[in-house]
Design a protein around this ligand. Structure first.
Ligand SMILES: Cc1cc2nc3c(=O)[nH]c(=O)nc-3n(C[C@H](O)[C@H](O)[C@H](O)COP(=O)(O)O)c2cc1C
Length: 151
């Protein structure tokens, strides 16, 4: 897809069909996220892939009951790894670069999903402690990207 078409086509989609997003496509999206620029190329973030129905349900509750978090085929949770960047860059790495690394990667994931014909939405309204508990990842969750085929 031409770049201009891609950015025009990306829009938040919150209604998904029951069709599963294929594992290979999720891998392609993760691979695209990993190509995003990051401070010192440290990639100071983690990504958790959530496909299990019970976990998506819990995530939806942690995200103020947003239905599309539960109805998505996959939720990608992006975490800021403050210490990975902080070890090299001190407070600027802890507070800023790691957050930027994680969110740029999330934006790349959105564009890659759109390119593959997979509808998506950025979700930022959630209880951080709840999301860490559900995913078992103690880093700070900063964004959830929902993925599914548009209904
Ligand atoms: C930081 C951030 C947080 C957001 N949080 C939510 C959210 O919690 N729930 C939601 O449905 N959309 C959320 N969005 C999506 C925005 O509502 C959406 O991008 C905006 O309205 C523009 O629409 P578009 O994406 O279709 O261009 C968020 C977007 C960003 C960048």
């Amino acid at each position: 897809m031409e770049f201009r078409d891609l950015i025009d086509r990306r829009q938040s989609v919150r209604n998904y069909s029951d069709e599963e997003v294929e594992g290979g496509k999720v891998e392609e999206i993760l691979e695209a996220a990993r190509t995003a620029p990051s401070a010192g190329n440290l990639k100071a973030y983690d990504i958790e892939v959530v496909r299990e129905e019970d976990k998506k349900e819990e995530l939806s509750l942690a995200a103020r009951g947003q239905d599309h978090v539960r109805e998505a085929s996959v939720d990608l949770v992006f975490f800021q790894d403050r210490e990975r960047s902080g070890r090299k860059y001190g407070d600027r790495g802890r507070d800023l670069y790691s957050l930027q690394d994680a969110t740029i990667a999330a934006a790349y994931a959105q564009l890659a999903a759109t390119d593959l014909g997979i509808a998506n939405c950025w979700v930022g309204a959630f209880d951080e402690e709840g999301v860490s508990e559900i995913t078992g990842n103690q880093l700070r969750p900063v964004a959830v990207i929902t993925l599914g085929y548009s209904d």
